[in-house]
Write a protein that binds this ligand. Structure first.
Ligand SMILES: Cc1ncc(COP(=O)(O)O)c(C=O)c1O
Length: 411
């Protein structure tokens, strides 16, 4: 059981993350966890132990080593199911991450469910991975619509409702914005989507690392997450799908393991989730994700969420001490998760990020794969500080100090 006390100068969990004690990294201030998080030794060791002791392909061999590998892989599926409140492990498809999950949905629902004239409703705050796969269905005559945001970067529910109609077959929204930090009211959005008989998809890439997720309570039909943003390795993620829907869907990829029979004249699909896992999966990645879930669960996602809000509140207060910093998104930390995007007046985001980098503070700057949102905000780019349980007040203070250096350079 790991304990995450109230926010202090240094996170009580920082020592769990080897990155920060590696030679030359002791003073690293890592504020880019929304891009990818650091991993605790618990996760690194779980992957290492699996590769050393248990490595074999899964679902294929009937010798003990392969059976053990399969058992461990399926155990990780069970952990993922419990973590997001799925009814059964068979509702969990292991894929590379949120991008792949959303593409699989667009490909599969695109062939199975959508026809010319149908509409997909998303929001203007989405990551490109929840826009482009749907835009690619334009060749089928499917249109993508965007619900707007209000002046504080929250979803404009009036606009959202006005854009749903009988042609809306899919509603797909981010649970938490990777730029604004806004946490969307997915329960209400799901209810509205279902009232219009639309399928409701939630992109949980930025929420799963910080917020307790319950796919049943939030009326999600599908939910996507990326392991590497929640302390697990890269190249592993989850697509959750309600079993009634998954079992009626066509697979997006064909190959080994996703079939029950293959003949010259055609093939029969395997049952979900295997129907959607063509080829050899990222086995050790799944083990790592299972370990990350164990680690986060030992802290308790309620505690992780509380800590995240404390960091955000502290960082917003510190950043707002300076009038030349414009922050985007809700002003109340309670409405946010994980990230704060901002611009220092008169300084391009890339210059800010580069100087901060030289000062040992890692943040990201650019359009954050959310160009429609940048257009909506009328800015070319923003700097983004993003947080995890290994950050403490000292990291935020270092950010504020380094922004002072940027100011001096551009004075
Ligand atoms: C909101 C959101 N959705 C989807 C993605 C894509 O995640 P991945 O690159 O892990 O597939 C990201 C990545 O930053 C994201 O922030």
């Amino acid at each position: 059981m790991r304990t995450l006390d109230r926010l202090g100068d240094i996170s009580p969990l920082k020592g769990d993350f080897p990155m920060f004690s590696e030679k030359g990294r002791e003073s690293l201030v890592y504020l880019d966890s929304a891009a990818t998080s650091q991993k605790p030794a618990f996760v690194i060791n779980a992957v290492d132990e699996f590769e050393r002791r248990c490595n074999a392909n899964v679902h294929r061999g009937i010798y003990p080593l392969s059976e053990e590998a399969t058992e461990r892989y399926e155990e990780a599926r069970g952990k993922a199911a419990r973590f997001i409140g799925a009814r059964s492990p068979s509702e969990i498809v292991f894929l590379r991450g949120s991008t792949e999950a959303l593409n699989v949905l667009a490909l599969s629902l695109g062939t199975w469910k959508l026809k010319r004239g149908d509409e997909v409703l998303t929001t203007v705050m989405e990551h490109h991975s929840n826009i482009v796969p749907w835009q690619m269905l334009s060749r089928k005559g499917v249109t993508v619509k965007f619900a707007d945001i209000d002046e504080w970067g929250r979803i404009d529910m009036g606009d959202f409702e006005s854009k749903i109609n009988e042609r809306t077959k899919i509603v797909t929204v981010a649970h938490a914005s990777n730029v604004l930090g806004t946490v969307n009211p997915i329960r209400e959005m799901g209810r509205i989507a279902h009232e219009h008989s639309s399928i409701f998809i939630v992109d949980g890439a930025q929420s799963a690392p910080h917020i307790p997720v319950d796919v049943k309570a939030s009326e999600c039909d599908f939910f996507a997450l990326s392991g590497h943003k929640m302390l697990a390795p890269t190249g592993i993620g989850v697509l959750y799908g309600r079993s009634e829907l998954l079992s009626g869907m066509e697979p997006a990829f064909g190959g080994g393991e996703m079939i029950s029979e293959v003949h010259q004249h055609g093939s029969k699909w395997a049952e979900p989730p295997y129907r959607f896992e063509a080829g050899t999966p990222n086995i050790s990645g799944a083990i790592g994700l299972g370990a990350a879930i164990d680690y986060l669960s030992s802290i308790g996602m309620d505690n992780v969420e509380r800590y995240d809000r404390e960091i955000i509140a502290y960082a917003m207060n510190r950043l707002m001490e300076n009038e030349d910093i414009e922050i985007y998104g809700p002003k109340d930390a309670e409405e946010r998760s994980g990230v704060i995007s901002f611009n220092l007046k008169g300084v391009h985001g890339h210059d800010t990020a580069e100087i901060l980098g030289r000062e040992g503070v890692a943040i990201r700057s650019g359009h954050h794969c959310a160009q429609p949102l940048m257009d909506r905000l009328g800015i070319p780019s923003a700097s983004r500080a993003s947080f995890q349980i290994y950050n403490g007040k000292q990291d935020i203070d270092a950010l504020v100090r380094a922004l002072g250096v940027v100011r001096k350079v551009f004075a």
